[in-house]
Design a protein around this ligand. Structure first.
Ligand code: COA
Length: 296
């Protein structure tokens, strides 16, 4: 039986691809990080893949049936590709199909894109073997936490720690704080403060920002809390917790989100405490596999 690889996806086939991916995402032994779970939002996400949209997809078929999918999304600053997948049907040969998908999909990447990441649920059956075979190295896992933003969101006392929207005068200082706290991240400080997220909330004391949190509304309507940071000298006084509480209210009341999620390194005890104190619970653990770079 030969595996056919398809690059130019017929738009009429997109719903079938999205259904295939949604079924895979629902299974922890197949789940891949950062791809949505519902067919509708997966279709939107695939259409918005940077820079090629659905042109970044490689679909594998056997006798016309979809048996595998791999999607590429990349940036040139940093020159990094995030793979969505590979996904392989349970009754297909995971080694053969996944290897064929990657072999074809890397040819989509411009030569300057030298860094690659794949990321999957820690219960995934064969991803670690696939990653090792292709020279990817496993790095520290992150927990995916979520919480709903319904009526049970605790009222927040604004008087305890005032959290405000970022104003222009604080931009440079917040960007510098972000670069100090999150080195080697995909969104550097200058980009974060100039529209890199839907909302940036800050705590200002004595005229200087001591902490900030970034939130956005994703294509599927869920809130995403992307960055939370408190200046080292201001940590341990409840600022982080106040920022997360304010972020939850902003996502519910300002951005209209009914639920929110985030990822946090499994070893980041202070951050995990802050999120647990704010009602977040663990949904899964994701392991990143990186090639051409490392995030210590
Ligand atoms: C995570 C962070 C924002 C927390 O900010 P903060 O203002 O110190 O948070 P809070 O004071 O509200 O709460 C800190 C909690 O962690 C606990 N904590 C602090 N240091 C700890 C440690 N080394 N081990 C265990 N718990 C610790 C505190 O006791 C407190 O928990 P409690 O309220 O149950 O007592 C801050 O540590 C930070 O900026 N870290 C670097 C950036 C980062 O990792 N951000 C999160 C990315 S997901």
């Amino acid at each position: 039986m030969t595996t056919d690889l398809e690059l130019e996806l017929d738009p009429a086939d997109l719903p079938a691809v999205a259904e295939f991916l949604a079924a895979q995402q629902a299974d922890p032994t197949r789940h891949i990080g950062y791809l949505n779970s519902e067919p509708g939002s997966i279709m939107e996400q695939l259409g918005g893949l940077e820079p090629l949209g659905t042109g970044g997809l490689v679909v594998a078929r056997i006798a016309g049936r979809i048996v595998g999918v791999l999607a590429a999304e990349w940036d040139t600053d940093p020159p990094r590709c995030w793979w969505h997948g590979p996904f392989v049907a349970a009754d297909a040969d995971a080694v053969e199909v996944a290897d064929a998908l990657l072999h074809r999909a890397v040819r989509l990447l411009p030569s300057e894109v030298t860094q690659q990441e794949i990321c999957g649920d820690d219960r995934h059956d064969w991803l670690a073997g696939f990653a090792a075979r292709h020279g990817f190295v496993a790095e520290e896992a992150s927990a995916v936490l979520d919480r709903n933003l319904g009526a049970d969101l605790p009222e927040r006392s604004v008087a305890t720690v005032p959290v405000e929207d970022l104003v222009a005068e604080q931009r440079d200082a917040v960007a510098a704080l972000h670069d100090e706290l999150f080195r080697n991240t995909h969104t550097p400080g200058d980009r974060l403060v100039s529209g890199g997220t839907d909302r940036l909330l800050v705590v200002v004391e004595d005229g200087a920002p001591r902490g900030y949190v970034a939130v956005e509304r994703q294509e599927d309507g869920a809130g995403y809390l992307d960055f939370l940071g408190v200046a080292p000298e201001a940590q341990g006084r409840g600022l982080g917790s106040a920022l997360v509480a304010a972020a939850c209210h902003e996502m519910r009341d300002g951005l209209g989100c009914r639920a929110t999620h985030l990822t946090v390194r499994v070893s980041n005890t202070p951050a995990r405490k802050v999120y647990a104190n704010n009602g977040f619970t663990q949904q899964r653990v994701l392991v990143p596999f990186r090639k051409g770079y490392s995030i210590p």
